[in-house]
Design a protein around this ligand. Structure first.
Ligand code: TGC
Ligand code: FAD
Length: 392
């Protein structure tokens, strides 16, 4: 259970008044689920480097997989602010939980819905929405992370099928996945997406062990050794790097909201602790140095909430540019990791313990600040948007 009362979740600028009743109901239901399913077992899972059993089906039950995917394909047809609020509540529990929902929704269901054939949508989306099927997304390779355009994974047209070769690295949920949306080059060197299914000969998914971050999430490789992929598994609707990057726009947007949840968890815990813990005869929260930290946390959380809300409005109107999304991802992840690190100090020695969430969030956020485009890559995207000059 969380250490602080849920009523203390901050809404300093009355942002709730800008949400609909439906938004608030969705947020509350995900918050309740996180409280009952995630909180009691997350420290144990992270300490023991195990995933949460049955997580994906649970996420399916609460409608957290593909919330904005149309109802006819198993989604909930919700707006982008609902999606953001769901991500915020999930990451208040743990970044691993939000990661699972991000990958399934934005990196697997999104490309099938946007670029897939009618048959692909009907075959995969309902099962992905319910969590009966787990998806992964293969873009990053051992030699190409920030620069995915240089990828080496390729496929050849063999007449009645494609032959896929190469390897992807750092893939969330690869050891668990039933399907992988894989980005590879065709014989003309153009990037296309293929749906690779577990069981296809030559396809393996070795796990990456010994992470200090996202320990409640499985990460691994996708290895393709002469994998015969049926022709109907090619995503017909997109060619070029803009395919995978469009998926990233959706996932990065979700992360911008998600990390506010991690920051809120740390902030609320620190407020509560600083009022209860006494040193030199007074609560530590009575000292100016501690109040400065808390005041800065609340200021940064409030700014991040406002940034996300307006980005959500833009996204609902299909007006959010990739560079605007980069700015929010970069700003909000840095905000959250700073709050996780600083709030841990407010708890002194207790801050390193598993009973409190700061170390776990801070360690998780080391991945979040790197995946979906590193902190520096997003800075360069903003720099390019300002100057028109590519500094990569
Ligand atoms: P560049 O020449 O700029 O662009 C190539 C084509 O792509 C288009 N484009 C975009 N389209 C949609 N959305 C975007 N955000 C786009 N950015 C660029 C662009 O218009 C162009 O289109 P066209 O039609 O002219 O061909 O590409 P570049 O090679 O210079 O690289 C650009 C760069 C560096 C910004 C990009 O490659 C990048 O963002 N790198 C970071 C890589 C990254 O984010 N990887 C994430 C892997 S997935 C992951 O981490 C999942 S973690 C999930 C979890 O567990 O939660
Ligand atoms: P590199 O690209 O090698 O970057 C190393 C450093 O160099 C960084 O600091 C970077 O900012 C800097 N740098 C790079 N280029 C420049 C430049 N031009 N100018 C200045 N600095 C530069 N990928 C997937 O495809 N699917 C997934 O599901 C997935 N899940 C992940 C889960 C976890 C836990 C992690 C850690 C990563 C995951 N990733 C996934 C991969 C992630 O997207 C990459 O790690 C990330 O894009 C960075 O690539 P890299 O690790 O190869 O770092």
């Amino acid at each position: 259970m969380s250490y602080y009362p849920l009523t203390s979740i901050p809404d300093y600028y009355g942002i709730d008044a800008l949400l609909t009743e439906e938004h608030k109901l969705i947020r509350q239901s995900v918050r309740d689920w996180v409280e009952s399913f995630v909180m009691p077992q997350i420290d144990h899972a992270a300490q023991n480097h195990t995933d949460l059993p049955g997580l994906m089906k649970e996420l399916g039950k609460i409608g957290a997989l593909g919330p904005y995917i149309p109802v006819e394909y198993g989604g909930s047809g919700l707006d982008q602010i609902s999606y953001g609020l769901i991500m915020q509540e999930l990451e208040r529990g743990d970044s691993a939980v939000r990661s699972a929902a991000s990958v399934q929704s934005s990196l697997v269901m999104f490309p099938i819905n946007e670029f897939g054939s009618e048959e692909q949508k009907r075959k995969y989306l309902p099962q992905l929405a319910s969590g009966e099927m787990i998806g992964s997304f293969g873009l990053t390779e051992p030699n190409h992370g920030s620069d995915p355009g240089s990828m080496e994974t390729y496929f050849k047209d063999m007449g009645d099928h494609y032959l896929l070769n190469g390897a992807k690295m750092w893939i969330t949920n690869s050891p668990l996945c039933d399907i992988a949306v894989v980005w590879a080059k065709n014989e003309e060197g153009k990037i296309q997406g293929l749906i690779v299914e577990r069981g296809m000969e030559g396809f393996t998914t070795p796990e990456t062990h010994n992470k200090w971050s996202l320990r409640a999430s499985k990460t691994g490789e996708l290895v393709f050794n002469d994998v015969k992929v049926p022709k109907e598994n090619l995503l017909p609707g997109v060619t070029g790097l803009k395919g995978p990057l469009s998926c990233l726009n959706s996932a990065r947007y979700g992360i911008s909201w998600g990390v506010i949840g991690a920051a809120i968890d740390c902030y609320c815990t620190a407020v509560q602790y600083s009022k209860e813990r006494r040193q030199f005869g007074n609560p530590i929260g009575s000292y100016q140095l501690q109040q400065k930290k808390l005041a800065e946390f609340l200021t940064e959380i409030t700014k991040a909430q406002l940034l996300c809300l307006q980005l959500g409005n833009l996204k609902n109107d299909h007006k959010a540019s990739p560079a605007q999304i980069s700015m929010a991802k970069r700003n909000n992840v840095k905000m959250a990791i700073d709050i996780a690190r600083e709030s841990r100090q407010i708890l002194g020695g207790m801050g390193i313990m598993g009973e409190f969430p700061m170390m776990r969030h801070a360690a998780n956020l080391e991945s979040v600040i790197t995946y979906e485009g590193t902190h520096d890559v997003h800075l360069l995207i903003t720099g390019m948007d300002i100057t028109g000059i590519n500094a990569f």
